[in-house]
Design a protein around this ligand. Structure first.
Ligand code: BGC
Length: 437
């Protein structure tokens, strides 16, 4: 066995998202979505989720015991602003308490402002389609900065805009449940909101002599084609899904398509737009990596199917365990952003039995180490997804992503899995043990 050491100030982290763990997120669009039959597997609803609000102290203690240095969590817009223009003191004090408790335990908070979920009042009138969506979001972002800005160094404005767009406006699995793949306007508005927020966070930090790092958590899942035809056809969706938004943070230019009906046939009209203020609005590249995927063409809409990589072991969600793909992602991101540090904002798998997770953790951390030595590229930290089992969106409570098992039948009782202890050892020793080869 060989020991691989990580840099001394490496940020060993875990991540969660508000709606998936907190519980009772009643003013959110997701809460409403869950009430509709057929939206969530087995008709489940987030309800108390993982009881994270009620068990906050306990969860922070578990993180502290695990040697966690940074906790990435999201602030829920619909809690802070349950009605348009009305901000909730109660929600603000909850998050302030959370931040203070974390700091007292020596854990740095990393805050996501938007993790898939919006307030009902916002979504009801058109959500991200509205022309002034960026301004509406910005009012919330300004307030969040005002209340918590002093305490936060790392901000993620948006979690995985591409997942939100593809699942909300293409596959119809997230609200607003559209299936037309017509997400040019929402994409433009989200990126405008990011740019405005980025500059504001910097302006405020500068005025107060603080340092701040702002980024987006990008879901990077390279798409491969099975045969030569699929391989070439998949190139465009691969660019749109994986690289369009990241590259726009460098160039300020977004690519995409709107749709037009000509003689009853929908055809895509190519779009390209430079968003003022968007270029160079990323201080770290947030990378959420799960796996690569094969895309096979099918005869029925949406005319493609997602398949695991041949010959790989799969998680409970049938996603390949694919550490090599992690390095491929690092390489591509390195080519695009040679000078911007990476922060792995999510990496993990659904594995109820915790059978694959221990080796998954080591094999994936080995690739993080390799990115730092072979490329070499600065990686500031690694968040495991997730601290605990949680509400996995349209898949409900079935998939278990947690280092800590949550017993939903017993008020969310916590049971650390073997991987939790492994992480504790890795985070504590700042190193991993790998085979020589
Ligand atoms: C999301 C998480 C989700 C995880 C596993 C990521 O795409 O940011 O919210 O739970 O993947 O599916």
């Amino acid at each position: 066995m060989k020991k691989l050491n990580f840099p001394e100030n490496f940020q060993w982290s875990v991540s969660t998202a508000g709606h998936q763990v907190e519980g009772d997120n009643i003013h959110s669009d997701w809460w409403q979505w869950e009430q509709q039959p057929g939206r969530i597997k087995n008709g489940e609803r987030s309800g108390k989720a993982s009881y994270h609000m009620e068990r906050l102290e306990e969860d922070i203690e578990l993180m502290k015991q695990m040697n966690v240095k940074t906790y990435r969590f999201s602030i829920e817009w619909s809690r802070i602003e349950p009605e348009e223009g009305r901000f909730s003191d109660e929600a603000i004090s909850y998050y302030l308490r959370k931040i203070q408790l974390l700091k007292k335990s020596g854990i740095r908070p990393m805050v996501t402002m938007h993790h898939f979920v919006s307030p009902q009042w916002f979504s009801k009138v058109g959500g991200w389609r509205q022309d002034n969506a960026a301004e509406i979001f910005f009012r919330y972002a300004e307030r969040v900065e005002k209340e918590f800005g002093n305490e936060i160094e790392y901000w993620v404005t948006f979690n995985e805009p591409t997942v939100l767009l593809n699942l909300g406006y293409g596959l119809g699995l997230f609200p607003p449940g559209e299936t037309e793949w017509n997400f040019w306007a929402p994409m433009v508005n989200i990126m405008k909101a990011h740019a405005k927020t980025y500059h504001h966070l910097h302006k405020m930090a500068k005025a107060q002599g603080r340092s701040v790092k702002v980024g987006i958590a990008h879901h990077l899942r390279p798409l491969l084609g099975k045969g030569w035809m699929e391989a070439s056809l998949v190139r465009l969706p691969d660019f749109i899904f994986n690289w369009n938004i990241p590259q726009s943070l460098k160039t300020g230019v977004l690519h995409g398509a709107t749709w037009k009906k000509i003689l009853g046939v929908r055809i895509p009209i190519k779009q390209k737009l430079e968003i003022p203020g968007l270029a160079n609005t990323q201080d770290f590249v947030g990378i959420n990596y799960y796996c690569r995927e094969y895309i096979a063409l099918t005869l029925k809409p949406p005319f493609f199917a997602r398949k695991p990589l041949p010959g790989t072991v799969c998680s409970d969600l049938d996603w390949s365990v694919d550490p090599e793909g992690f390095f491929v992602v690092f390489k591509l991101a390195h080519e695009m952003f040679p000078d911007i540090p990476f922060f792995v904002t999510e990496n993990g798998l659904a594995d109820a039995k915790d059978a694959l997770r221990p080796s998954y953790i080591v094999s994936h951390l080995r690739e993080v180490h390799r990115a730092m030595t072979d490329l070499p590229h600065v990686v500031e930290g690694y968040c495991h997804w997730s601290l605990m089992d949680n509400f996995e969106w349209h898949d409900g409570f079935g998939p278990r992503f947690g280092l800590i098992e949550v017993d939903y039948q017993n008020n969310g009782e916590r049971r650390p899995r073997a991987s939790y202890n492994l992480m504790k050892a890795i985070y504590g020793s700042n190193s991993i043990e790998v085979d020589e080869a």
